[in-house]
Structure formats: structure tokens, C-alpha cells
Design a protein around this ligand. Structure first.
Ligand code: HPA
Length: 261
């Protein structure tokens, strides 16, 4: 590291974590300063196709942002706290809001591939926590309103004005990396989830523990296994995500630029 201030004088208020398909948002950052994760203490090494490992500091609309291009997933080695160092450091630097993005499978016929869903809540089906090993009463995080209701309302207003459909629903976190079976998809529907994916929930828990507000968006890349005709693969996820990316990124940019914290 070349200086005592890893963020080089930048003071981001909003961190944006880009998942599969959302990478083009990084090109929308004004006055960008790109820092490889390798130069940032606590940031993870990532190894997923379609994910870079770089932090882009700059501006979106009126807000100073830190855009995380790439996350390390729990399925890459079993560590649910892989993003802990990054989130802790962002919080210490003054970040107040974590905006997360991911690709997910839809469990609801009303939400079709290529469309967007904002997380209203989640199911931690992995039943693991990145907070295991923490001490003190702060580890007993209140997960009600994990996805900030006031900011969700703002995001819905911005989506409406932009003419972009933004569904809202419950995201079920599964470990992966294999996709679900048809029976598992039926189980998730019964449990009340509208989308399923392999990320996001650990970072939401870490962010709430660090005192950040959270918003999260899923780009729905497929119907859950057995609900649609297509065979699932990472290449299919990326192909649909890339097709839908312009609309997804336009919405995300408008939401971030328009938020009042
Ligand atoms: N299941 C889990 N994760 C996913 C899916 C899915 O169907 N699609 C994209 N990420």
C-alpha cells in the first residue's frame, strides 16, 4: 500500500457491490480512481468469470461512491465472511449505505427473466452467519428492515419515473455453486421466496452489523430450475445478464443518483 489512506482522500458515502451482469455500472462513475483489491487491506481475491477485482472510487450524480467490482462468494471456499474486511473498511471510511446487486433465478411467473427485483427481505437458508466469532452484544443484529424501507420507497419512485418495472420480493440465499433441483425450487416457493441466488445475504448481515443501511437488486436471469424450459448454466446467467444489463444499469445509476440519504 502506497499511503496511509487507502482511499487516497476520496470520501465515499455509498458503496455499490456489483454482481453478475451489473459490471457496466463501473463505467458510469465520474472522475474514477480504480484500485485493485490486491492493494486494499482486507479486500478479497475473487475468481469468478464476469467479475473483476477492483474498487472504483468516484461520483454518481451528487454522491461520492465506492464501486466494488467483484465479490468473493461463500461457495468459493466456504467463508461466509469473505467480504468482511472490505465492508468493515468501507464503514470505517464513512460509507453509510451498501447497494448490492446480483443475478438470481425467479420463482414467480410474474417476474420474468431479464426483469429486476429489489429485495424486500431475505431467507438465509444456508443458516450460516459471517458474524460467528464476533463478540459483544452488537453481534445480535436486528434483521427487521434489513433492506431499508425508506430507501426502498425512494428507489420505487425513481424506477416508476424512469418507466422501469421494479419488482419487490424475498430473496432466498442458497450456498451453490450447483443450481437447485426442481424439488428445491418448489420448496423455496412454499417458503415464500420470489427469487433464489448464491450471494448478497452474508454481505447484508455484515453491513447491518457495521451500521450501514442496505439496498439490494436482483437481475433475474432465468426461471428457477423446472419452472422454465431452459437448461441452467453460468454461461446462460451471464448471457441473459449481459442482454439485460443496459436497463439494469440505467435503473441502478438513476437510483443511486436520486437517493437522498
Ligand atoms: N439459482 C441460484 N442462483 C442463480 C440462479 C438460480 O436459478 N440464477 C442466477 N443465479
Amino acid at each position: 500500500m502506497s499511503s496511509g489512506d487507502p482511499f487516497r482522500g476520496r470520501r465515499p458515502r455509498i458503496a455499490v457491490l456489483l454482481g453478475s451482469g451489473w459490471a457496466p455500472l463501473a463505467q458510469r462513475v465520474a472522475d474514477p480512481l480504480c484500485l485493485p483489491y490486491a492493494e486494499l487491506p482486507g479486500f478479497p481475491a475473487t475468481g469468478i468469470a464476469g467479475h473483476r477485482s477492483e474498487l472504483v472510487l468516484g461520483r454518481i450524480g451528487p454522491h461520492q461512491v465506492a464501486v466494488l467490482c467483484g465479490r468473493r462468494h461463500a461457495y468459493e471456499g466456504g467463508d461466509t465472511a469473505a467480504m468482511k474486511g472490505a465492508i468493515t473498511m468501507l464503514a470505517a471510511a464513512g460509507v453509510e449505505l451498501l447497494v448490492q446487486t446480483n443475478a438470481a433465478g425467479s420463482l414467480d411467473e410474474a417476474m420474468q427473466p431479464g426483469e429486476l427485483m429489489m429485495l424486500g427481505d431475505h431467507l438465509n437458508l444456508v443458516q450460516q452467519s459471517p458474524l460467528v466469532g464476533e463478540s459483544g452484544s452488537a453481534r445480535f443484529v436486528d434483521m427487521r428492515d434489513a433492506y431499508d424501507p425508506a430507501l426502498r420507497a425512494q428507489a420505487q419512485g425513481i424506477a416508476r419515473r424512469a418507466g422501469i418495472t421494479l419488482h419487490e420480493g424475498v430473496y432466498a440465499w442458497v450456498l451453490g455453486p450447483q443450481f437447485e433441483t426442481p424439488a428445491e425450487i418448489r420448496m423455496l416457493q412454499t417458503l415464500g421466496a420470489q427469487a433464489v441466488g448464491m450471494s448478497t445475504v452474508p454481505e447484508t448481515i455484515l453491513a447491518r452489523h457495521a451500521g450501514l443501511r442496505v439496498l439490494a437488486f436482483s437481475l433475474l436471469t432465468n426461471m428457477g430450475c423446472g419452472l422454465g424450459a431452459e437448461a441452467l448454466s453460468h454461461a446462460h446467467t451471464l448471457a441473459v445478464a449481459n442482454d439485460a444489463a443496459p436497463r439494469a444499469v440505467a435503473l441502478l445509476e438513476a437510483v443511486i443518483a436520486g437517493l437522498e440519504l
